[in-house]
Design a protein around this ligand. Structure first.
Ligand code: PEP
Ligand code: MN
Length: 343
């Protein structure tokens, strides 16, 4: 349930309500909005407690949250959440583009791509160091060496870095180098990983599972938020359907659905969503038109030589074009996008 405090209820009144809740054994999550404070309350609701709480000074109403996700719900947090990744804000007016190779392959590869995507206007560098591959015989990533190269690329370009953490035992290591932790589609319901990441101070990019409903996805976010980390950004990356013309089916209707049910920012990944570089630009534009807060785009200088996901990777030139084209779409829907750097 949530306790809606009266408009302008003093911090002292909020404190006395939260103290009482804790005394009654509830877990309390505060959401201090511009308009008013909302207290998220998790625990067994006894009718006598409800009456006592409703009688407290400063309490306007007590509202049950009927959906299974609570802290991720709009009811709990009516205003959209903004997530800070280094100096970049996701969920504000500006569209945030994360770009880079599927996998970090070498120093030359990641530094060249990082410079090029930055020049084209991307705000965050992506690159996998731990790769969850379908085949155990495929390239599995450079692991810590890859993380070091990402950190080097950040030093060079100033771009914050997002990279996937596959295993709970690697969280500490990845946190050392990355600005944002990515949970991959295959791990969306790895509840041990989600719980551990809930204890991290780093923002999280939570990709949608290959066959997950929006509700299951928001329940995965709930694991992270209830663990103490509310800096979660969702990423629609396509789901499995009967369609074989594309690698996955990019479910852009999930964008307005998530915005309706949740306060969390959502970005779209048309690279994994389509699996083909030719379809990436149109679907990137469609995602922005649908209200996505950003994009994740795979970029490689020589896609034909990429160690993973070459077929869906844009060249830097194509990426630059994409950035120019999404600018017009962003403006048409009342958003802004970063200008390419003129050299
Ligand atoms: C990736 O971002 O490279 C990746 C493996 O994505 P997903 O988990 O969505 O398949
Ligand atoms: Mn990939």
């Amino acid at each position: 349930m949530i306790i809606v405090m009266e408009r302008n209820a003093s911090p002292k009144l909020v404190d006395s309500v939260t103290a009482r809740l804790e005394q009654l054994g509830f877990k309390v999550h505060l959401s201090v909005g511009v308009e008013r404070t909302i207290i998220g309350v998790i625990g067994e609701k006894r009718p006598e407690y409800m009456e006592q709480l409703a009688a407290m000074a400063g309490v306007e109403s007590i509202v049950p949250i009927l959906r299974p996700f609570k802290l991720a719900s709009r009811e709990f947090h009516p205003e959209p959440t903004k997530v800070q990744v280094g100096n970049v804000t996701i969920g504000g007016e500006e569209i945030v583009v994360m770009a880079g190779p599927c996998a970090v392959e070498s120093e030359e590869q990641i530094l060249t791509i990082a410079r090029k995507i930055k020049a084209a206007g991307a705000q965050i560098l992506r690159g996998g160091a731990f790769k969850p591959r379908t085949s155990p015989y495929s390239f599995q990533g450079l692991e810590e060496e890859g993380l070091k190269l990402l950190a080097l690329a950040r030093e060079e370009t100033g771009l914050p870095v997002v990279t996937e953490v596959v295993n709970p035992r690697d969280i500490e290591l990845v946190e050392k180098y990355a600005d944002m932790l990515q949970v991959g589609a295959r791990n969306m319901q790895n509840f041990t990983l989600l719980r551990e990441i809930g204890q991290s101070k780093k923002p999280v990019l939570l990709k949608r599972g290959l066959a997950a409903t929006v509700e299951e996805w928001l329940m995965a976010a709930e694991y992270i938020i209830s663990g103490g980390n509310s800096n979660v950004v969702l990423c629609e990356r396509g789901i499995r359907t009967y369609e074989t013309g594309t690698r996955n089916t990019l479910d852009l209707s999930a964008v307005p659905a998530v915005k309706h049910y949740s306060h969390l920012p959502i970005i779209a990944d048309p690279s994994h969503g389509t699996g083909r570089w030719r379809y990436v630009k149109p679907m990137a534009k469609a995602a922005i038109a649908a209200g996505a807060d950003g994009l994740m785009i795979e970029v490689h200088c020589r896609p034909e030589e990429a160690l993973s996901d070459g077929a869906q990777s844009l060249t830097p030139d194509n990426f630059r074009q994409l950035m120019a084209e999404i600018k017009a779409v962003a403006e048409a829907v009342g958003r802004k996008s970063t200008e390419p750097v003129v050299v």
